[in-house]
Design a protein around this ligand. Structure first.
Ligand code: DC
Length: 217
């Protein structure tokens, strides 16, 4: 079956992808998908099952038995992993601590790819992440890459009350061998360092219009 339109929004940690993507989705009447939520949910489930990213055999067995389903609720995709909605655990310290180790394992990424692509066959989407325009939906013409200075992103994280060393996460996300964080070919690059959330949203909507995307503002 053909895909519905997908707007992909990639970028580094704490650049504001989620808030911006959610707002763009609302303007377009599309569903919002945070692919990081799926990465977090599966990481949490693995940790709960006592699996480490380094234990190859156990991780393979865990991934083989994994069941991922999804539903749309209030304009957003919700993932169920082995039938469980892990929403309340997505920001757990342990998840934050271990997620990069899991997300650099090729088999782990491969298993998460199809559930993400499947959403695009069901409804029009705005999906944010690290590899949406480069790997998950490389064929979409509507690609964006949000960036901001490291200092500004560290500040944004602190304003959220979250302690995280942005530089370390950047390093892990952009140097992993498989699907590293890159500016996807054909993506509009938006530097958000000096822009408000609303200005970023408006800029994306303007760029979509330039590309012939039809919707009412
Ligand atoms: O967007 P987020 O902060 O929820 O993502 C958490 C981690 O998940 C991120 O550090 C790397 C991984 N991730 C990924 O590798 N690819 C994606 N498309 C989304 C997230």
């Amino acid at each position: 079956m053909d895909n519905h339109p997908v707007v992909s929004i990639d970028g580094p940690a704490a650049v504001g992808k989620s808030t911006v993507s959610r707002a763009v989705a609302r303007h377009l009447g599309f569903m919002f998908v945070s692919s990081g939520e799926l990465y977090r949910a599966v990481t949490w489930t693995a940790l709960e099952s006592g699996i480490s990213a380094e234990s190859k055999e156990m991780l393979s067995k865990f991934l083989f038995q994994l069941r991922i389903s999804s539903k749309f609720l209030f304009g957003k995709a919700i993932f169920l992993v082995n039938g469980v909605d892990c929403a309340v655990h997505l920001s757990d310290t342990l998840v934050r601590q271990y997620i990069s180790r899991f997300s650099r394992v090729p088999e782990f990424r491969r298993v998460l790819l199809e559930p993400l692509r499947d959403l695009g066959r069901r409804l029009p989407l705005v999906m944010e992440g690290r590899d949406i325009g480069s790997v998950v939906f490389p064929e979409t013409p509507y690609k964006f890459y949000l960036d901001a200075s490291e200092k500004e992103r560290q500040h944004r994280r602190e304003m959220q009350g979250i302690i995280e060393v942005i530089r370390e996460r950047d390093q892990l996300d952009s140097t992993r061998e498989i699907a590293p964080l890159i500016v996807p070919v054909g993506a509009w690059l938006v530097d958000t360092t000096h822009l408000t959330r609303e200005e970023v949203v408006q800029q994306i909507l303007r760029l979509l219009k330039i590309q012939g995307f039809h919707f009412s503002l």
